[in-house]
Ligand binder design. Sequence first.
Ligand SMILES: [Zn+2]
Length: 107
Amino acid sequence: MWNDSSYAVADIFDNIENTVFPAECPVCSKRTGHIFFYRHRDCYGGAWVWCSNCRSSSHTSGKVPDWWINPDFVDSRKLTALPDVLEKDRIHIDKWVNILTDNIITD
Ligand SMILES: [Zn+2]
């Protein structure tokens, strides 16, 4: 079961570009926090944040970061509001996010 009423976990979204994943969870302080986005079109899509340890999770829809690229190892047809599919692939996903954020060009 996921605790999807825990909005505190969404604090992980605040500083993604400077975070190495898995990130420290704002709820339980373990380094088991993950994020995932799925771009539907242009800058619009879904966003997930969750913790493998305390099972806090949050899902929203809205703007996806410009640098995000949908990975081909996640089947978008299996995505739901809860991060069950993402949790199974968390090691891949963390690696993917770290690769994408290292490539951000900052001025
Ligand atoms: Zn946690």
